[in-house]
Design a binder for this molecule. Structure first.
Ligand SMILES: NC(=O)c1ccc[n+]([C@@H]2O[C@H](COP(=O)([O-])OP(=O)(O)OC[C@H]3O[C@@H](n4cnc5c(N)ncnc54)[C@H](OP(=O)(O)O)[C@@H]3O)[C@@H](O)[C@H]2O)c1
Length: 290
């Protein structure tokens, strides 16, 4: 079994480290953190491995090194590791969605990869228990992907390869839209309801079924076919009235409504190329210039 060295036993490092250990994907070798206490706490959760300083790392060819430190620390840790190990024959990966492989440049000579688990990691015990089916995107050198894809499958994840040319800034921005900004959109809906005098508990009750239904339709049929509502119907008067009502309470929320309206108009045109959306387009253009 290949050996795994872990730098950064935080939320992701603990979760993946424990899963790799208990599922037998890798034998855990060394675990390093910024302090011995933190590394020890990580080791206690993972259940295997030796607490060791980064400077004492001694991986041999065929070993795997996981840099599960925060994004801004990856480059510095890679540079420090390159001072103490010979990268030739190693497989080294980071777990960031946003950082590219250039971040690992000091370790060139190793097979380099990014393994990004597309999941929110907060509580490692919970994440270990709920890891089944999580997509882990993989990008990097083929030798690294050949070793990491089976390991992802062994821990219940689903490996998805990203082409070498994929710009990780845009890849991660997509995940931000789908996950973080969806949260912001739901908050915008709650804010509109609050302005109308509807409390959060009632608002969530009202929105929960339509939110689930919309998400189901989007995932099943794609956003264009799933689109409904006033903009899809070309209802210019309703859109103008809603923008006016929002602006009276919260101009920022009205701006968000208008911006999303313009992008939704594009979707409507794709859904119904024959529908006359001229009046709606004029209303949205006027709202934009107000
Ligand atoms: N959290 C998520 O939802 C999530 C999801 C997917 C991918 N990721 C990615 O996974 C990576 C790790 O994120 P995380 O959320 O697990 O971070 P985290 O919980 O903050 O853990 C980072 C770990 O790295 C250690 N560390 C930081 N700088 C170090 C250094 N210079 N040398 C050695 N150890 C160092 C930290 O030690 P201390 O305890 O001393 O700070 C901590 O153990 C990031 O690249 C992140 O983008 C995160």
């Amino acid at each position: 079994m290949a050996r795994l060295w872990i730098i950064g036993p935080g939320a992701v490092g603990r979760t993946l480290g424990r899963l790799f250990h208990i599922r037998g994907a890798f034998e855990i070798a060394g675990i390093a953190a910024r302090t011995a206490e933190r590394a020890q706490a990580g080791r206690a959760f993972i259940g295997a491995g030796e607490v060791i300083e980064l400077a004492a790392f001694s991986p041999r060819p065929g070993d795997v090194v996981m840099l599960s430190v925060r994004d801004e620390a990856i480059g510095g840790v890679a540079a420090r590791l390159a001072e103490v190990v010979d990268p030739a024959g190693l497989i080294v990966f980071h777990c960031s969605g946003a950082r590219d492989l250039e971040t690992l440049a000091p370790l060139r000579g190793a097979a380099l990869a990014a393994l990004h688990p597309v999941k929110a990691f907060a509580d490692p015990a919970r994440e270990v228990a709920t890891f089944a089916g999580v997509v882990c995107t993989l990008q990097g050198d083929p030798a690294a992907l050949d070793a990491l894809a089976p390991a992802v499958r062994t821990i219940g994840g689903e490996p998805v390869a990203l082409e070498a040319g994929v710009d990780r800034r845009l890849y991660h921005a997509g995940a931000v839209f789908a996950s973080n900004y969806l949260t912001t959109l739901v908050q915008a809906a709650l804010d509109a309801h609050a302005a109308a005098g509807i409390g959060q508990a009632d608002s969530l009750r009202i929105l929960a079924p339509i939110l689930r239904d919309a998400l189901g339709a989007i995932l099943e049929r794609g956003p264009v076919q799933a689109l409904t509502g006033p903009i899809a119907r070309g209802d210019a008067a309703t859109v103008a009235a809603q923008a006016e009502g929002l602006a009276a309470h919260d101009p920022g929320l009205a701006d968000l409504y208008k911006e999303l309206g313009r992008r939704t108009l594009d979707l409507s045109r794709r859904k119904s190329p024959d529908r006359d959306l001229t009046a709606l387009a004029q209303v949205l253009a006027k709202l934009a210039s107000d």
